[in-house]
Ligand binder design. Sequence first.
Ligand code: 4AD
Ligand code: MG
Length: 435
Amino acid sequence: MQRTLLKDLWESRGKVVLIQGWVQEIRNLSKIKFLILRDRSGDMQTLALKGQTEEASFTAMNEITKESVVEIVGTVKENKESHWGIEILIKKIRLISLAATPLPVDNSDKSSTYIDKRIDHRFLDTRNRRVQAIFKVRGKISKIIMNFLDKNGFTNINTPKITTIGVESGADLFEVDYFGKAVYLSQSPQLYKQMFVSGGFERVYEIAPVFRAEKSHTTRHLTEFTGIDLEMGFIEDYTEVMDLIEEMIVDLLTNLKKECPDELKTLEISHTIPKKIPRLTMEEAKVMLKAKGKKYGLGEDLDPEGEKLIGEIVKEKFGSEFVFLTLFPSEVRPFYHMKPEGKKNLTKSFDLLFNGVEICTGAQREHRFDILKKQAQEKGIDLDKMEVYAEIFKYGIPPHGGVGFGLDRITQRLLNLENIREAVLLPRDPIRNSP
Ligand code: 4AD
Ligand code: MG
């Protein structure tokens, strides 16, 4: 007999079916036993009746524990009182795998188990439909973004995660012993993205792990996260990268609504799809923040509090959940960001904030080697010692720019999750490296 998924049972009313899954709940009375079964497609009430269910099966149900895996053969009956409209009258039940008791975590909808404990036993936690919905949406976010980039002429590449140099900032590197030599876990595919723009692909992207040795204990930082990085050649200005990102966000929200209506409903999420994302220079943002009592110097970056506040201001003023902040001071940007003509203190760069949290950083890159070398020097970096990076610029490279997103942050913001750890199956942070 073939297995029927629980979501398809309605079609089999009156018939005998075989179903398999986990025991979500079980209640044993002397003449009747209720069992809620769960599989990847949903859940369903089943019941055993003394005299109608096979004797051996009826007795065996006394031993079955919550979260055990079972197989049931039974008849699909209509039942107007059950919220499924149907239920399964069990003929036979077979225990496939018994779950030990007590369960280390409560994975029911009523659970109030703390996130840390849930992650310790994540495979039990993900049996909950709400938790599963988060990861179904996360998977779709990658897929929709990949489709969008493919349609726009980007090539999906894979670059090494074992590297010898970083271009973001040396402090965040994890050192690894590579047969007696020190190498690093990749803190960004930045160098390689630029390499393969120069390598003739013009447009490349990568979705891959990024490692940062940051000792940040926050609800938005991890030591390993999934980066969505893209880079595009033959641009005239950084605003062209922003135009693409704006289109990508609209495409993402539009397609998510189409592809995950059930998950978004389960998670009670709805977003307004923006037509345009407001763009504010950092200078303008700082003026707005000052009016609300938060002051920043010219060369300063915003702190999380400032990001949150500007998110609120933008929402009120423009009705937008997103905002681009542009033209960041060069003090707070890496050496490879291009500077606007005659403005040494600024960079042709931007961040995208989503409800007050940075989800993406981007910029036009400096592709003129002599200027790049000078900019690196000003930050105390000697490009002659970074031959692999330097070479990219010496044999013909188009003007280019790109961005890095954190998939974990996008998921967190999209689903209004309090902690980034909710959006990652097995998060890594300064104190967690297991399971
Ligand atoms: O802002 P970041 O550091 O920028 C770069 O890596 C550049 N190479 C990007 C570029 O192409 N210009 O990182 C990019 C994004 C951030 O906006 C954030 O969403 C995410 O990566 N991110 C983190 N997510 C989780 N935990 C962390 N510790 C993160 N650090 C950055
Ligand atoms: Mg950033």
